[in-house]
Design a protein around this ligand. Structure first.
Ligand code: HEC
Length: 126
């Protein structure tokens, strides 16, 4: 009687295990983005996941201010967020850069702002 109970328990366990796929699953890996592009690299170091960010693949015209634009305007959001905007007059781009500095704390001084606005006019000005 005791043996039969053990068998039934074993069978029940295997059904449950099969249902949940026990022992067949890969160990859980750190969260990976589902998008295939860009391919950031993730390395698990103890409890820390280190991420190497792939440079943004965005086509930018060669013009003065390109370096400043790339360095400062991609800190908080994608550069594509800017290149995807409609063409704006200079006053609008000036106001936009001013807003990034005053409201959001972009670390850009007045001289660099001017160079960036020049570049924004080449990129998306009208
Ligand atoms: C300190 C962080 C930070 C930096 C640096 C930064 N931005 Fe932004 N930017 C933001 C935030 C926050 C938003 C608002 C996002 C939202 O509302 O969804 C934003 C939004 C924008 C938008 C969308 C329109 C808008 O006004 O919401 C544009 C265009 C833009 N930024 C341009 C720039 C440019 C050009 C630079 C370089 C001078 C820059 N940003 C640098 C934080 C930053």
């Amino acid at each position: 009687m005791a043996r039969r109970k053990t068998y039934s328990l074993l069978i029940l366990c295997s059904i449950v295990a099969a249902g949940y796929g026990c022992g067949t699953k890969e160990p859980v890996s750190p969260a990976q983005p589902t998008a295939s592009v860009p391919k950031h690299r993730f390395v698990q170091k103890g409890s820390v996941t280190e991420m190497t960010i792939v440079p943004e693949d965005v086509a930018l015209p060669e013009a003065p201010g390109k370096n400043e634009f790339q360095s400062y305007c991609g800190i908080c959001h994608s550069l594509k967020y800017i290149t995807a905007q409609p063409r704006f007059p200079r006053a609008t781009w000036e106001a936009e850069v001013h807003k990034m500095v005053e409201k959001y704390g972009a670390p850009v001084d007045t001289n660099v702002s001017k160079v960036i606005v020049d570049y924004l006019m080449v990129l998306n000005g009208k």
